[in-house]
Design a protein around this ligand. Sequence first.
Ligand code: GDP
Length: 419
Amino acid sequence: MNQPETLKIVIVGHVDHGKSTLIGRLFYDTGAIPESRYAEIAATCKAQGREFEFAYLMDALEEEREQNITIDTAATFFRTATRPYVIIDAPGHKQFLKNMITGASSADAAILLVDGVEGVREQTRRHAYVLSLLGIRQVVVAVNKLDMVGYDRQRFQQVENDIRAFLHSVAIVPAHVIPISARAGENMARRLGGTPWYDGPTVLEALDTFENVRADRSLPLRLPVQDVYTWDGRRIYAGRVETGEVRRGDEVIFLPSGKITRIRSVEKWGAPALEAAGAGECIGVTTEDELFVERGEVIARRGSAPVKSRELLASIFWLADRPFRTGQSYLLKLATAEVIATAVAIEERLDSSTLEVTERQAAELLPTEVGNVRFLLKSDWACDLYGDNIRLGRFVIEAGPQIGGGGIIRSVVDEAGSA
Ligand code: GDP
């Protein structure tokens, strides 16, 4: 029997709207945390004269994790009868945005939490916008803390209307809007009877209807060259197949150099030669003609190749402490390519909570701001529009040793000069 694939989810929402509580509750209800562990934390809370909070459970797990393993694996698992899940939200707003933008994480689906008492707030809107920008279309909204308003149906409907209206403005249609109490466990894994007026799914049932985003192998081939080796007198171009499939005998184009040749072999270190390799595999290929190309080139098929461009319009999130400015040069990294680019214009600066354009032709972006920026590149690179191919449509902006921000390619001026 095939193992069901893990669904990767992010849990987003305004601070204090109940993310940790919801995660703790999901773990508890699905038995991801042994009862003994739960009892231990309950006892500690009691000894300290505090009420039990699922959030403490999460804090305790978080601490353990930090002591034991690296940040990279700050992922947490639970499972339903249908399949395993992993929550890939790293704690903290900045970290989350950074991971999402840089592609450190890529989620199949999201739970957007809204506090039923407070209603839609700034980060609710900002996070929803990020989900939209990142193309996460499988979204379930949970209206939380309804125990605090006696599971009032009207209050729920008011919040539901507000969030639906906002999501509509960012092109997200939520699969479900669910009235919950993360603390009490209402409509999380079970119906406890607090919302007899609600006949939709629980949070777990809603998650179980989502699908894994598995477009990668069916997309056109993108094999960014990571290294070029010479071995036994042959040149081997090594890298990870980001999307699509590469097959022996394929006619391919290397971009941006534009060199065309055929794949002579597909190989894996220490293994017999392969007929083909697909998305996610780290491989080497040799070609019929010896090409003198470098790291950063992308191998693709003719007819479905990425665009070669020196000018592009991108939506960027800025995260670094110092402002992002027009006229300045930045190092952009896309897959294995690195290019120096000048920000020639911030065509629009957006208020990241309301998404309104606050300024046109702006001079700078401050931390956590969003802008539509035109870049001129010092050299060619091969890229895709984000809507066509997430992996080659997203880049990171370096700012000294740190990540300054991330960008999503909206449009390019291609070689011929047309947008
Ligand atoms: P986060 O900042 O989004 O992770 O929010 P937390 O999970 O830390 O929750 C913030 C506060 O809201 C905590 O005191 C929780 O106990 C409380 N809270 C979370 N969910 C519920 C709920 O369903 N009902 C009630 N009454 N309180 C909740």
